[in-house]
Each structure stands twice: as C-alpha cells, then as structure tokens.
Design a protein around this ligand. Structure first.
Ligand code: LLP
Length: 418
C-alpha cells in the first residue's frame, strides 16, 4: 500500500493533505509516514519470524528521534556508526543491547560509551581497532563482543560512491586478514568473538552479490570453526535497494528468503542492517516553487529546497520523482529543471521534468525518507528544514525548522581589541 497518494487531485500523506502540512509547518519540510515505516519494518520481521534474528535499522539513513522511536516500539535494534547515533538510539528509547556498532574509525571514547551501555556487538574493521577495543574494555573491566567486518570482494554493481565490498574500498578486512584478526581476537582477554559481518554496498537491485558474499562468509565460518573459533551470528549489513523510478529491487520477503535458502539449517542468528529499504519510500520532501524562470536553454523552477536539504541528486546523480502536490486541470505541461537557491551549479533536485507548475506551487520530492535530512547541511547559511511525522489524520512535529539563532549558536567573534 502506498502511504502517499492523491485524493481529489491533492497529495496526501496517510490522512493529511500536503497543503495542511505546508500551512502548519512551512516548507521545505520532510514528511514521514509512520505506517510506511512500520510496514517495511514488519516485512523484515515477518520474513524472519521463525529464525533467530536481529533487525538493526541503520540509523544513518534517517536518525530523527521520532523515526527511531517508531522503530524501537516495533522491536527494532539499531546499527550505529558514531557515539552521536548511539545517543540518539538511547534518547529514542532504543535498546543498546540490540545495537551493533559499525564504522572504520571508532574512537576510544566512542568504544567506552558503547561498552558502558552494553551494546550487542562491535563490528571491527581493522586489526588496529581490535587492539584499541581490547585495551578500552580492559580499562573498564568489561569484555567486548565483536564481529569482524569482512570485505568479501564482490561487485555490488551500484553507484561507485555507495559500493563498499570491493578490495579497493576502505571498509572491512580481506578474507585472509580476517582469519588473522579472529585468531588474535580469540587470544585477547577482553574480547569475545560473537559474529561475522559484512556490508557490500547500498541500493542493490540484484540478489546475486548478496548471495555471493554470503557464500564466501559461510566458507570463513567453517574455516574458523575448524580452528575452534565459533561464530554465533552472521551480520549481512544493509543494502537492499528501493524503487525510485523504474528499478526493480527484490521484495524484502524475497531477499530474506534467498538468504535463508543459502544458510540452510545452520544454527546462526541472522543480523541485518537495513536503512534505505525501511525509510526511503516512507518519506518525501515538500518544497514550494519560489520563482519560475524561463531562459533560452531551460525553464528553471526555483524551489525553496536546495542541495543543502537533499544532496543525493548532486552527489550521486540520483533521480527522485518530483510531482506537484496538487494536480490542476487544464494547465500546460512544460519541461523544467528543478533547482534550489544554493550558489552551485550542482544545486538541482531534478532536470528535464515534464510538469504543469507555476510560481507558488507546492512540490513533493518522493523517496526522500532515507539519506535526505541526515545528509543535509547549513551550506549557504541555510537553516535546516522541519521534519514531521504523519500518523493517520495526525501530524506531529518531529524536528522544528532551524532558526537564524540556531545558525549562529556556538560561534563567537574575536575578543575586543584582538
Ligand atoms: N550497514 C552499514 C555498515 C552501512 O555502511 C550502511 C550504509 C548500512 C548498513 C545501510 O545500508 P542501506 O540498507 O541503507 O543500503 N548516502 C548514500 C548511501 C550510503 C550508505 C552507507 N552505508 C545514498 O544516499 O545513496
């Protein structure tokens, strides 16, 4: 079911019209559907119902507290990559014991906090990190649960900036190195080997790279078992793609079924770290057309959201569907470049779109629930957008729009006479 739909020509998020959201909270504004978030999370839960599992939503995709709260209430665990994300999980009522900590550059301070809170597992990305974690855990008289993130050297066939499982990427360790890291981990007093981890990339629309990676991982599980190192859980990361335009990613149920078929009857707890497949299509960005500007080359629609609000088109040439929030009969469609107010030529959200729009119209940028607000910035000293949650007929403010005071907070001029 689509939680964003048109009723009598007007876009609604669940039971709330886009124009009401704009009236109450202004634009640009991120809008998330609670039901959509719950539906995609439930698809993972149902597909895994009869096997030991932990679904660790990847916080980086959308880290708004209300979003984390919605997922925590469904029983989600979390995949974090910084102590900032960890504090968000805690503030949202998430369970540290269901949280895994990924990322190539964890600091000793971040490890300390995660150990104190008793997280589920550290996904180690280097031999050096293992030594630091053992020391920090020792200082706290604790034992750190670990997995090693393996880079299985498979081609995820996605955009190079979001491909992570090739030898040339900075993530994880090679299969050979992993053996050495596990042997060392097994010797260290403040380390407890729990699992094996990988994450090969994002927006994958084909199952075969996942299955290739899993196949290689299982080989390593067996090799480790032969050396007396027991792997209890297998963390396959995130990466399942979504439809933005005409992609045909596998359904969540089919993705999980393929993994389960490959796992057979092995007694391994399955950990997944989905981000995009939970949040992307649960959110849109509402923005208003400030000006229309026809030029000999292009018709520009200047909107009030820019690349600072949504950087994916500029950074990855990502295509996001853009539609008017109200269909007005009898208007002529033209081809538009939808551009923001930021002083960069890369500041566009869409190019060459056939739309019947004019000044003052509200537009919706779909597929904006993941890697939208979380990648936003204050570039050009632009306050960041509001975020709202729609729940049936109800509308909740999840993050107020930043103010001009927010922009200056924490900064100061030089001392007088300096
Ligand atoms: N686990 C790890 C270790 C990750 O690095 C990521 C994403 C995920 C899980 C979640 O992957 P997902 O299920 O969302 O594909 N900013 C880019 C995407 C970067 C993904 C980084 N890692 C974009 O907007 O396309």
């Amino acid at each position: 079911m689509n939680h964003f739909h048109y009723k009598q020509g007007e876009l609604h998020a669940e039971g709330v019209s886009a124009s009401r959201i704009a009236r109450e909270f202004g634009t640009p504004c991120y809008v998330y559907s609670r039901a959509a978030l719950e539906t995609s999370f439930a698809a993972y839960q149902q597909a895994l119902a009869d096997v030991p599992h932990l679904i660790c939503y990847a916080v980086k995709a959308n880290s708004n507290l209300a979003v984390l709260d919605i997922l925590a209430r469904q029983g989600a665990g979390f995949d974090i990559v910084s102590v900032g994300e960890l504090e968000r999980v805690v503030a949202a009522g998430g369970d540290p014991a269901k949280t895994v900590f990924s990322g190539v550059g964890k600091t000793a301070g971040e490890m300390r906090r995660a150990l104190e809170l008793g997280i589920h597992c550290f996904n180690l990305e280097s031999a050096a990190e293992l030594e630091v974690l053992n020391r920090v855990a020792g200082e706290l008289s604790l034992v750190a649960p670990v997995s090693v993130r393996v880079n299985p050297d498979v081609d995820a066939r996605t955009h190079p900036y979001i491909s992570t499982g090739l030898r040339e990427n900075k993530f994880g360790v090679t299969m050979d190195e992993a053996l050495r890291v596990y042997r060392r981990a097994a010797e260290l007093p403040n380390i407890n080997v729990q699992g094996l981890d990988c994450h090969i990339g994002s927006q994958l629309t084909d199952l075969s790279p996942f299955i290739d990676a899993l196949h290689r991982l299982l080989g390593l599980v067996d090799q480790l078992a032969a050396e007396g190192i027991e792997i209890r859980h297998l963390d396959l990361g995130g990466g399942l793609g979504v439809r933005y335009r005409d992609e045909e990613p596998p359904a969540i149920a089919d993705y999980v079924a393929a993994i389960r078929a490959e796992l057979g009857d092995r007694e391994l707890t399955l950990v997944l770290e989905p981000g995009r497949s939970i949040a992307a299509n649960a959110g849109l960005l509402l923005t208003a057309v400030e000006y229309t500007k026809p030029t000999p080359e292009h018709n520009f629609a200047l909107i009030d959201a820019g690349m600072n609000d949504m950087i994916r088109p500029a950074l990855y040439q990502a295509w996001l569907d853009i539609q008017p929030a109200r269909h007005v009969a009898g208007r002529e469609a033209k081809t538009w470049d939808i551009v923001g107010p930021v002083c960069e030529t890369a500041d566009f959200l869409g190019k060459g779109r056939e739309l019947a729009i004019t000044d003052g119209d509200l537009l919706a940028v779909f597929g904006a629930g993941a890697y939208g607000f979380t990648m936003s910035s204050n570039y050009n000293s632009r306050p960041r957008a509001a975020e709202v949650i729609v729940d049936g007929e109800q509308l909740h403010l999840a993050r107020r729009r930043e103010t001009l005071e927010d922009l200056l907070r924490g900064e100061q001029r030089l001392p007088d006479g300096g």
